[in-house]
Design a binder for this molecule. Structure first.
Ligand SMILES: Cc1cc2nc3c(=O)[nH]c(=O)nc-3n(C[C@H](O)[C@H](O)[C@H](O)COP(=O)(O)OP(=O)(O)OC[C@H]3O[C@@H](n4cnc5c(N)ncnc54)[C@H](O)[C@@H]3O)c2cc1C
Length: 418
């Protein structure tokens, strides 16, 4: 049997940042156990291979707005470690981040390898060790408050404190360590998915993107870029609604009515005024000829006109009241039947996880089993797309690492045992 003061279960972003922090704060003997063949796998594939490390949002209270689950609880943690701290830490360790127009922050190299190399280099320099192909099968809580970890291959490792950073809890493997330490979880459902819609209005429009659309599913609503894909709708506006409505949408088996305003926050009255002006100024012009709404492409405009019953040859002056009303409805409140979901290939997360009421958010330590800490997606925290999920991993990993270093400081008994 081997002994380690701090054992981190899961070699993802949260686990690595927790381990690095514990070592930076003086913990000796930090070991990461990763069940997969390599560490930081999700960092590698994240952001389409570029790794959207965080978001340029430097006020904790603003940052909170992007977390459908965990928002209130993150106030304290973000006051301790927020996006600005992440940027500074990476810069100090040789990774400069740049900000894109929408606020997402990536390494200037546009390569997630840069982030992985940084984390592994810093960890190695601090003496953190990691082992792959080393899934944790069970954890026993010993009478003196320490832990006996058993790996899937039957190896036993003793630890004084444990960080559980096993990521999204959809798989049994990720859940097992959590259950061993007496915790329960909000049931997992996917978040950040795209909508499957089979509708002639979207047919052949694959790749068309509208910069400022509003989508609504029940009471959930979001505004932003909306993208037509080969099988439905995606893009930040759709993904945000999928995140905020993750539980409700799972509850109806992803079959629901989506309302789409292709014109963002323009009201039906404003659009009505724009159509009336066009009719007055260009009465002889064909309606289909071009879109009169900025952001709505010609192909989309033509599809919406067809859906409103307006034929190719119709001119503005011949439009009936009913056709005009129908076009306004298509532009501002189109109804689309969603018949399923698909995971967004650039970023997806799990809604659900370890109940936050059972975790002390000042230290990320379990309130049920002292010496156990949690960080990252295993917690019932998830953000919308844009770097917020990694930010939650850095923040919770940081706080857990600091607290673990304190807990694992050598005791008098260690001194006498030496
Ligand atoms: C395709 C994709 C792209 C993404 N892109 C972005 C992005 O650009 N920006 C962003 O903010 N978020 C992104 N996300 C979300 C982000 O990757 C996660 O929120 C983040 O990785 C969570 O970090 P974590 O360390 O908690 O979990 P993970 O990164 O999932 O790491 C958990 C690790 O624990 C290991 N593990 C599980 N069970 C055990 C066990 N029993 N024993 C030992 N090890 C175990 C797993 O193998 C895994 O390596 C993306 C997600 C996906 C799927």
């Amino acid at each position: 049997m081997s002994k380690s003061r701090v054992v981190v279960i899961g070699g993802g972003a949260a686990g690595f940042f927790g381990a690095i922090t514990a070592a930076e704060c003086g913990a000796a003997d930090v070991l990461i156990l990763e069940k997969g063949p390599e560490v930081l796998t999700k960092v590698r594939i994240s952001g389409g291979g570029r790794c959207n490390v965080t978001h340029a949002c430097f006020e904790p209270k603003d940052l909170l707005q992007s977390y459908p689950r965990g928002s209130k609880s993150l106030m304290g943690p973000f006051h301790r470690w927020q996006a600005g701290d992440t940027v500074e830490w990476f810069s100090k360790n040789g990774v400069e981040l740049k900000t894109e127009d929408d606020g997402r922050m990536f390494p200037v190299t546009d390569d997630s390898r840069t982030v992985i190399d940084c984390l592994t280099r810093v960890a190695r320099n601090l003496g953190v060790k990691w082992r792959t192909h080393c899934g944790v099968a069970s954890i026993e809580i010993l009478s003196d408050g320490s832990f006996l970890i058993e790996t899937e291959s039957g190896e036993k490792i003793e630890a004084r404190s444990i960080l559980i950073a096993t990521g999204g809890i959809r798989s049994g493997n990720a859940r097992k360590p959590v259950e061993c330490v007496r915790h329960t979880m909000a049931p997992p459902v996917p978040s950040l998915f795209t909508f499957k819609i089979d509708d002639p209005r979207l047919a052949d429009l694959q790749g068309v993107s509208v910069p400022n659309a509003t989508v609504r599913a029940g009471t959930w609503q979001a505004t932003g870029p909306l993208l037509v894909t080969h099988w439905g709708l995606s893009g930040p506006a759709a993904l945000k609604v999928s995140a905020w409505g993750a539980r409700d949408l799972a509850g109806c088996d992803y079959k629901f009515e989506l309302r789409v305003s292709w014109v963002g926050n323009f009201s039906a009255e404003t659009i009505s005024g724009m159509l009336a002006a066009e009719r007055q100024q260009h009465g002889a012009r064909k309606v289909m000829r071009h879109s009169i709404v900025e952001g709505v492409t010609k192909r989309l405009w033509q599809k919406l006109c067809t859906a409103a019953g307006i034929e190719d040859e119709r001119t503005w002056s011949t439009l009936t009241k009913e056709e005009t009303r129908s076009l306004i409805e298509e532009l501002t409140n189109g109804r689309y039947a969603v018949c399923g979901k698909s995971l967004n290939k650039d970023e997806f997360v799990t809604c659900g996880g370890v109940h936050l009421r059972d975790v002390n958010l000042k230290t990320m330590e379990s309130k049920l089993t002292p010496g156990v800490f949690f960080a990252g997606e295993v917690l019932d925290i998830d953000g919308v797309t844009g770097g917020f999920n990694f930010q939650a991993a850095w923040t919770t990993g940081r706080i857990a690492g600091e607290a673990m270093a304190v807990r694992s400081a050598p005791t008098d008994q260690d001194f006498f045992e030496r």
